[in-house]
Write a protein that binds this ligand. Structure first.
Ligand SMILES: *[C@@H]1O[C@H](CO)[C@@H](O)[C@H](O)[C@H]1NC(C)=O
Ligand SMILES: *[C@@H]1O[C@H](CO)[C@@H](O)[C@H](O)[C@H]1NC(C)=O
Ligand SMILES: *[C@@H]1O[C@H](CO)[C@@H](O)[C@H](O)[C@H]1NC(C)=O
Ligand SMILES: *[C@@H]1O[C@H](CO)[C@@H](O)[C@H](O)[C@H]1NC(C)=O
Ligand SMILES: *[C@@H]1O[C@H](CO)[C@@H](O)[C@H](O)[C@H]1NC(C)=O
Ligand SMILES: *[C@@H]1O[C@H](CO)[C@@H](O)[C@H](O)[C@H]1NC(C)=O
Ligand SMILES: *[C@@H]1O[C@H](CO)[C@@H](O)[C@H](O)[C@H]1NC(C)=O
Ligand SMILES: *[C@@H]1O[C@H](CO)[C@@H](O)[C@H](O)[C@H]1NC(C)=O
Ligand SMILES: *[C@@H]1O[C@H](CO)[C@@H](O)[C@H](O)[C@H]1NC(C)=O
Ligand SMILES: *[C@@H]1O[C@H](CO)[C@@H](O)[C@H](O)[C@H]1NC(C)=O
Ligand SMILES: *[C@@H]1O[C@H](CO)[C@@H](O)[C@H](O)[C@H]1NC(C)=O
Length: 773
């Protein structure tokens, strides 16, 4: 979804301007709040005018401009054929400033007997606008591997959304983060289909929880169907992929999440096998509707329909694009800019095919609006908004979440350090927060929370923290030499350095916007640190002063041999308002880190694929006959000599201040209870401090009809253990979960299956058992 500012341009569609509705004349049962949403929708639909039905299929995405300004002229130009969904516009207007305008336009709508607006907004790690609790971003939260905690997080964001009157969000994102060059990886849950499916299912279940009246609290949008690896890591670029790839690598999380009945699905920008998804009838109708059984609403991505005409050249006009998208199954157009395409359907009321499709689309809208009680709920109040936003329990959840959303990547024993007398804080991320481009905050002056500098100063006293920025994030300039020299001097003086580097993802109106290197519109041509940040780090390391590296950004970085000289490395990805406090708690040992990577860290810029669940035939990079021996170069990667199976920081990896032993698994085939297997192992905290470990289960069958990944995650559980404590962990797996799609048909084979249990996807961290099914 693009969130950038477009000027509002009125379409020449003045014929439809007079769509003032009389009070409804027909079947009154749509007003009966005891009836199911679909029944109320069926009763009301015939009472909508043609223009009103078209108008449901679009909306106004910019209620307010900067500084909470409402432009009535621009609003009225769009209104006649775009009044289904409402979005708040500028991401930096305070929630308390937005509410009166949102309520005003809702009340106008109700006063004129129109179908009420439903607000549809992004809601990635907070509500859409400032004033709510700002959590770490999706990728950071997935590194917690903690689904019960995630449930609490989503419930907090949901309740804050409802207090603002938002009942439809544009999450969760099911894109698989297998392409490290994609700038949007920070919005994703990670590279593994099972983990993504479990987190996204938790999101949908919690957002769409039913209230006491049986209404859905907040409708969700699962996106972007179907997307994984846009070529070259470019967000809107095309994808290859045959049916086995689409089903086994991309569709699996959707199939999981559809069990939670998400209200809507957003179609991706990609062309798949040359057919743009916004007109891809085969994948939308045959796959998503027929095979996968999705019955909710299908929407475009922002300007996705327009792109059929303006980018892909597969439609010859806006109207042609609208018709192609409608025929493929799209029912709502997100159009932050203008023109929008669906309003061009207004002159097609004599085309029965189009009329039928528009009727079905309008019906889907009414179902969501009845289901979320848009016709029945009172307007939200300022009192309740103030009471709900940043409620103490939400802040408490956020603190707990932030502590688990940081991964300790390396540590030579230097951490934890209970008390530095002073510290040099170095680097362009030392005094900003890097929250992701859909976060409603500014990087340099966040309204809530602290930067790492602020958190360190709060802990150690301002006089004991010497901050030097050193270099800018993306631009290199002659003064870098002076900045680096200054950093070296303060590092030597303090005797210990914390260097905070990375890649910036912020909203397009942020003051640091010209330093952006990550997020939507920022693909990574290189996985090194942007600008002169590596030179800054190298210079600090060359002093020999003990150095802790803190990484920022919704992405993986190549950590080269120079970087690995750091005494400890922490990755926080995209932080929330308490992430810096949590970093200080981890550095000082008040909190034991427990995050685990959900994307693999690359060994080199070009050694793709980097994800852990590569196919057996992909493993020809190196390592010879022993895949764990990275010193033997016997494959394609001789310079440098790399081993695909030997990535030092692969999916699932992350360190703790204690040590754990996970026993070899016992696998039993408990056929009696309807075809499931049970896996037992014992985990022991063998270190000196309490800690949390994620027990991970991977599997692979020996022989299959199509090539399957070398291993794939099938279960995980996070456990907390005191020093010396041991616990048995049990996993039950339906045999039906062990299958795969072969030419779009799901099959589960008999034969030998190996299960690995351990603390990461690295072979060295896993123990196995094989059974016959
Ligand atoms: C918003 O208000 C601030 C402070 O009054 C002003 O500096 C800024 O230019 C305004 N922004 C816009 C887009 O009007
Ligand atoms: C309001 O919108 C209209 C129509 O798009 C535009 O011409 C006008 O300049 C806008 N007014 C302001 C104050 O931005
Ligand atoms: C809606 O109608 C009520 C009752 O007539 C009126 O008091 C209120 O001002 C109207 N609201 C708007 C936004 O026009
Ligand atoms: C619909 O038809 C009218 C009358 O021919 C024309 O003025 C208008 O531009 C058309 N609208 C669209 C969106 O094509
Ligand atoms: C809500 O909070 C805002 C901003 O903090 C404050 O100005 C306003 O008075 C509060 N309103 C109510 C009704 O509590
Ligand atoms: C804290 O600092 C003091 C004095 O610098 C030192 O003696 C003590 O060992 C330190 N404590 C820890 C836990 O490192
Ligand atoms: C280097 O100089 C430029 C231009 O004077 C300034 O914008 C930038 O912030 C400086 N960089 C650092 C790291 O001080
Ligand atoms: C990194 O260092 C190791 C030895 O410590 C060496 O084997 C390896 O080749 C180095 N990697 C690169 C890319 O230089
Ligand atoms: C580390 O990475 C930087 C930037 O990619 C490069 O210039 C430098 O040579 C690398 N150093 C080592 C030791 O690999
Ligand atoms: C498992 O159960 C199925 C039917 O329920 C049966 O056909 C099969 O032989 C059983 N397998 C084992 C190993 O007991
Ligand atoms: C299973 O573990 C044994 C013992 O550690 C090891 O020799 C074997 O290679 C492993 N098998 C697989 C498939 O990982």
């Amino acid at each position: 979804m693009a969130g950038f500012l477009f000027c509002l341009l009125a379409l020449d569609i003045s014929t439809a301007l007079s769509a003032v509705l009389l009070p409804r004349q027909g079947d009154p049962t749509w007003q009966d709040t005891t009836l199911p949403a679909a029944q109320r929708a069926d009763a009301l639909l015939p009472q909508l005018s043609w223009e009103e039905k078209i108008a449901q299929m679009g909306g106004i995405r910019r209620l307010l401009g900067a500084n909470a300004t409402f432009n009535r002229t621009a609003w009225e130009a769009l209104y006649p054929l775009q009044h289904g969904i409402l979005s708040y516009g500028s991401q930096l207007n305070q929630a308390q400033d937005v509410l009166p305008y949102a309520n005003m336009v809702r009340e106008e709508q109700l006063n004129s007997s129109k179908v009420p607006w439903i607000t549809v907004t992004d809601s990635v790690n907070s509500i859409y606008v400032p004033g709510g609790t700002l959590f770490p971003a999706t990728l950071s939260l997935s590194t917690s591997w903690n689904l019960p905690l995630y449930e609490e997080i989503v419930a907090s964001i949901r309740d804050e959304n409802m207090a603002l009157g938002t009942h439809w969000v544009l999450s969760p994102e099911l894109d698989i983060a297998k392409e490290p060059r994609n700038g949007r990886v920070g919005e994703m849950y990670g590279e593994d289909v099972y983990l993504v499916g479990e987190f996204a299912a938790q999101y949908v279940k919690t957002m769409q929880e039913r209230d006491e009246g049986g209404h859905m609290k907040v409708a969700t949008t699962v996106k972007h169907f179907l997307y994984g690896q846009g070529s070259g890591g470019v967000n809107t670029a095309s994808m290859d992929g045959g049916v086995n790839h689409l089903y086994n690598d991309l569709a699996i999380p959707y199939i999981r999440v559809l069990k939670e009945k998400p209200a809507s699905i957003m179609i991706s920008y990609s062309s798949v096998d040359r057919i743009p998804m916004s007109m891809n009838t085969a994948l939308i109708q045959d796959m998503l509707r027929s095979e996968m059984g999705f019955t909710g609403l299908i929407m475009s991505d922002a300007m996705g329909i327009l792109h059929l005409y303006t980018e892909s050249n597969v439609a010859s006009s806006y109207k042609d694009a609208a018709i192609k998208a409608l025929r493929a199954g799209l029912q709502l157009e997100l159009a932050p800019g203008q023109p929008a395409c669906f309003p061009y359907l207004v002159n097609s009321s004599s085309d029965q095919e189009i009329v039928d499709l528009v009727n079905e689309a309008a019906r889907q809208h009414l179902i969501i609006k009845f289901d979320t009680a848009m016709f029945d709920l009172p307007l939200p109040t300022m009192e309740n908004l103030n009471r709900t936003l940043r409620a103490p329990q939400h802040l408490d959840v956020n603190r707990r979440a932030s502590r688990e959303a940081i991964v300790l990547l390396s540590n030579d024993g230097f951490l934890p350090q209970a008390n530095f007398s002073q510290v040099a804080l170095i680097g362009p991320f030392g005094d900003i927060i890097d929250p992701g481009s859909y976060a409603p905050t500014t990087s340099a002056n966040p309204e809530y929370g602290r930067t790492l500098r602020g958190s360190l100063e709060a802990r150690m006293g301002a006089g004991n923290v010497r901050y030097v920025k050193g270099v800018d994030i993306r631009t290199t300039s002659p003064n870098d030499t002076a900045g680096i020299q200054e950093a070296v001097a303060v590092a030597k003086a303090a005797g210990v350095a914390i260097v905070s580097l990375g890649s910036l993802s912020v909203y397009s109106q942020d003051a640091a916007v010209n330093q952006r290197t990550d997020g939507e519109f920022y693909s990574h041509a290189s996985l090194a640190f942007p600008g002169n940040q590596q030179q800054l780090l190298d210079a600090v390391l060359d002093t020999g002063v003990p150095t802790i590296l803190v990484l920022n950004g919704g992405q993986a970085f190549v950590l080269n041999n120079s970087t690995m000289r750091c005494n400890a490395i922490l990755h926080q990805f995209l932080g929330g308002e308490f992430s810096a406090d949590a970093l200080v708690e981890i550095i000082t040992g008040q909190v034991n880190p427990s995050g685990k990577l959900t994307i693999s860290m690359p060994q080199a810029d070009g050694a793709f694929p980097i994800y852990y669940d590569f196919l057996p035939s992909d493993n020809v990079g190196g390592g010879g006959s022993d895949p764990t021996d990275s010193t033997v170069c016997a494959g394609d990667w001789n310079l440098p000599c790399l081993n695909r199976d030997g990535a030092p920081m692969a999916f699932g990896y992350g360190l703790s201040y204690t040590t754990f032993d996970i026993s070899g698994p016992q696998v039993t085939n408990s056929n009696s209870s309807g075809g499931s297997i049970s896996i037992f192992c014992t985990i022991t905290n063998t270190g000196n401090v309490a800690g949390k470990e994620v027990v991970q289960v991977y599997f692979r069958q020996q022989y299959s009809d199509i090539e399957l990944p070398n291993k794939r995650l099938v279960r995980f559980q996070k456990v907390e253990l005191q020093p010396g404590e041991a616990r048995q962990v049990k996993f039950v797996i339906d045999k039906a979960d062990l299958g795969y799609y072969n030419n779009a048909k799901y099959q589960v084979d008999s034969g030998h299956y190996t299960f690995w249990v351990g603390s990461s996807s690295r072979m060295a961290d896993l123990k196995n058992a094989t059974i016959s099914l």
